[in-house]
Ligand binder design. Structure first.
Ligand code: ZN
Length: 102
């Protein structure tokens, strides 16, 4: 494992992380943050790759603090593999002590 530093896309805070090599798939874990990946979106004007042969995605890291600040805008999707239709709900971060946020 190699220690790395990543920047939060929203606030530019530096997050510590680990990875095995130069493969972006091996970035895990990122401490105090989350990794978001998008395979693109048909309606996007900036990233809508054809999913034929070359699988690709965009990847960003957002710190836990920034996600907590906007958790009402996050959808938690679960039971993806156990039901035909995934379930979803609003994502809400539980209240934490002030010191836990950073
Ligand atoms: Zn942030």
């Amino acid at each position: 494992m190699n220690k790395i530093q990543l920047h939060c896309m929203c606030c530019d805070r530096i997050l510590e992380g680990e990875k095995w090599d130069d493969n972006p798939l091996t970035i895990n874990p990122v401490y105090n943050g989350l990794i978001f990946r998008s395979n693109g979106n048909f309606g996007s004007t900036i990233f809508d790759p054809m999913p034929i042969g070359n699988e690709e995605f965009l990847q960003v890291v957002i710190c836990d603090f920034c996600v907590m600040q906007r958790d009402e805008r996050v959808t938690r999707v679960y039971n993806i593999k156990t039901t035909k239709t995934a379930e979803s709900e609003s994502f809400e971060v539980e209240e934490r002590e002030e010191n836990d946020q950073h």
